[in-house]
Design a protein around this ligand. Structure first.
Ligand SMILES: Nc1ncnc2c1ncn2[C@@H]1O[C@H](COP(=O)(O)OP(=O)(O)OP(=O)(O)O)[C@@H](O)[C@H]1O
Length: 235
């Protein structure tokens, strides 16, 4: 299976105020179409790792590669372009612009990319909202939508540029169980039907257990890489 993301010995230190190692030689390979949950006790380094994987934090040792591109050492402008084109973000707090409509919010990353005309972008945004069952709300200001509906708009915005990988930090952290289930089903459909690749940091055990692979961290290390298929025994 093709891999989308690969790290080699990612290591990071914080100063708090003493120097401490928050990430310890993280080796991770994420394959295309995998829906991966990143779990572990509070403070073990999950968000810090996601921040490095998403290229937003460049202060680390080791190597990061996404979609065949080595990202370690690239400058901030190149990384910003890379993120907009290749990574979709879905966070606990969705940061939609409240006075913009659902459609306008979804269009933003495609407008930044500058690859499509305005009408193409509108069409794509509408199509993504439809995929998420939100097209009937396309013209409502996002402030007038419920929390679960806003999160679906945020997912549509995250996938408008057809990213190679979606990264979520507690994507269901702010939702009730009904909407958590819905977001889970959307992620599952994105991976199983559209071969989307997803990494989500989560505290929600039920959510993690329904994903395809659970990677567990403890004290800055990956202690269970999950999803490793053992070779069949020869009989
Ligand atoms: N900017 C920072 N400066 C110093 N220490 C930090 C900083 N950010 C996080 N830490 C520390 O690094 C460790 C890992 O934090 P991180 O947020 O990655 O953990 P986490 O596993 O995501 O936790 P949670 O599940 O509670 O969100 C913690 O001990 C935290 O206090």
């Amino acid at each position: 299976m093709d891999h989308v993301l690969r790290t080699h010995k990612i290591t990071k230190y914080f100063y708090d105020p003493e120097k401490f190692q928050v990430l310890k030689e993280i080796d991770l390979v994420v394959n295309k179409g995998e829906f991966l949950s990143l779990v572990g006790k509070s403070g073990c380094g999950k968000s810090t790792l996601l921040y490095v994987l998403s290229t937003m934090d460049t202060d680390y040792e080791g190597e990061l590669e996404i979609s065949g591109q080595r990202l370690t050492g690239k400058n901030q402008n190149a990384l910003a372009r890379f993120r907009n084109e290749h990574i979709g973000f879905v966070f606990q707090f969705h940061y939609l612009l409240p006075e913009f409509t659902a459609l306008q919010n979804v269009m933003i990353p495609a407008q930044k990319l500058g690859r499509y005309t305005r009408s193409e972008i509108e069409e794509r945004a509408y199509e993504k909202l439809k995929m998420l069952g939100m097209h009937e709300h396309a013209l409502k200001p996002s402030a007038k939508l419920s929390g679960g509906q806003q999160q679906r708009v945020a997912i549509a915005r995250g996938i408008i540029n057809d990213p190679d990988i979606i990264m979520g930090d507690e994507p269901t952290g702010n939702l009730d169980s009904y909407n958590t289930g819905l977001v889970f089903e959307i992620f599952q459909e994105l991976t199983h039907t559209y071969h989307q690749t997803i990494i989500a940091v989560t505290h929600d055990e039920a959510f993690a257990h329904k994903s395809d692979r659970i990677v567990e961290m403890s004290d800055g290390r990956i202690v269970h890489p999950g999803g490793v298929l053992l070779p069949k025994m020869q009989t």
